[in-house]
Write a protein that binds this ligand. Structure first.
Ligand code: SAH
Length: 371
């Protein structure tokens, strides 16, 4: 069969037959970002009709209060005349659109901002262009953070870190330090199906040189996930903030402390499916290790807030008051607005599982809503 007619699953299998088991990070990268058959480049996956739904898609209140956080951060930065407002992985552009609507109430902020979107998917880039066509501020796209011109900046990323490729390590010998870890990769079983395989030699040094502090608590056979791309993002922030002040706010699902266990998951039409079931056609994410993010940021000289539950951040930013105000304007939507607020903030919904963490350049006041 000609190469272009093969499914992504068959291409992955072919690659494993030729080169041996593939790292989990490579598997995630191919599935999510293959330019022709990858998940993000080929579709708009969000919303009720798609595979998953995110906080900004649930309610406009989410982006609106984050917009107010941005205005306060701009004030904390000393009201610079030009502010790069950068979003990583903007999805359909809804959060940015809601942020801009709320933040435009401050004319000085509105006059200062230049919006930059960093998006891996051409399909979503087109949607973002449509969503933000009437934003009334300059909107541009950049391939990488490094490509945004220097200057004071605010960076936001909602459910961005969870789709960055992770590596999986298994503790083989808790007393052997870095040499005690082996890698879990993606291979083929006897039926020629994709499966996880444990590579029984010490994992390459590149994977174990920067383990989170919590890794030292590992017991035999504990699985640890690491996300090397986080270090690259932190390096990008350090470079940006070296000359001009800035803050980056990340909101995502994951624990405050490093936890062990396999959290790679695939979603299709809002249901969990097997991670090998349909490569390129299911969303793949893994929980974010906020302790590891904080450790990498602090080691690089940034300031890091605590990982604060989403309900705490939103509440401190006034989301309940926003719900009351919206209900006043649209009394017929009272029940809908109450349900949206519940989804964003309740402990058994997104309120507790999702955390927010702000990484900042030195010498800024503590960010609003965080600690
Ligand atoms: N922030 C949005 C979308 C979250 S989905 C929301 O909350 O609704 C993840 C987003 O990150 C998508 O827009 C996806 O295309 C993008 N993305 C995934 N990997 C990326 C990468 N390596 N670089 C840039 N964008 C990426």
């Amino acid at each position: 069969m000609p190469e272009q007619d093969l499914s992504l699953k068959d291409k992955i299998k072919h690659r494993i037959r030729e080169a041996g088991p593939m790292s989990v990070a490579e598997y995630m990268t191919v599935c999510l970002l293959d330019p022709v058959q990858g998940y993000y480049p080929t579709r708009d996956p969000l919303g009720a009709e798609g595979d998953f739904i995110t906080a900004p898609e649930i309610s406009q209140m989410f982006g609106e209060v984050i917009g107010l956080w941005c205005v306060q951060s701009w004030i904390d930065l000393g009201r610079p005349d030009t502010l790069h407002l950068i979003e990583l992985g903007p999805g359909r552009g809804i959060m940015m659109s809601d942020m801009l609507r709320a933040a435009s109430l401050d004319a000085g902020f509105k006059a200062a901002i230049q919006v930059w979107l960093i998006e891996a998917s051409a399909a979503l880039e087109a949607v973002q262009g449509r969503t933000l066509a009437a934003a009334g501020v300059p909107v541009q796209w950049a391939a990488r953070l490094e490509d945004v011109p220097a200057g004071p900046s605010l960076i936001v990323g909602n459910e961005f870190l969870d789709c960055l490729p992770i590596q999986q390590l298994i503790c083989n010998d808790p007393f052997a330090g870095k040499d005690g870890w082996v890698e879990r990769r993606v291979g083929l079983n006897d039926d020629d199906s994709l499966c996880f395989v444990r590579i029984d030699v010490p994992a390459p040094a590149g994977l174990t040189q920067r383990l989170p502090d919590g890794a030292s608590d590992a017991r035999k056979d504990n699985l640890l996930e690491t996300c090397p791309a986080v270090a690259q993002i932190v390096d990008g922030l350090v470079e940006r903030f070296a000359e001009h002040p800035g803050r980056a706010l990340f909101i995502d699902y994951g624990p405050e402390d490093t936890e062990f266990g396999d959290t790679l998951q695939a979603l299709k039409r809002h249901e969990k499916v097997g991670v090998f079931s349909d490569p390129g056609n299911t969303d793949l994410t893994a929980r974010v290790d906020f302790a590891a993010l904080s450790e990498v940021a602090l080691a690089a000289g940034l300031t890091a807030s605590a990982a604060v539950p989403q309900r705490e951040l939103l509440s401190k930013l006034g989301v309940e008051m926003r719900a009351v105000a919206l209900t006043r304007v649209k009394p017929e939507a009272k029940a809908v607005i109450a349900r949206q607020l519940h989804r964003l903030t309740a402990e058994d919904e997104m309120g507790e599982l999702f955390k927010a963490m702000c990484l900042s350049s030195a010498d800024l006041p503590p960010p609003l809503g965080l600690r």
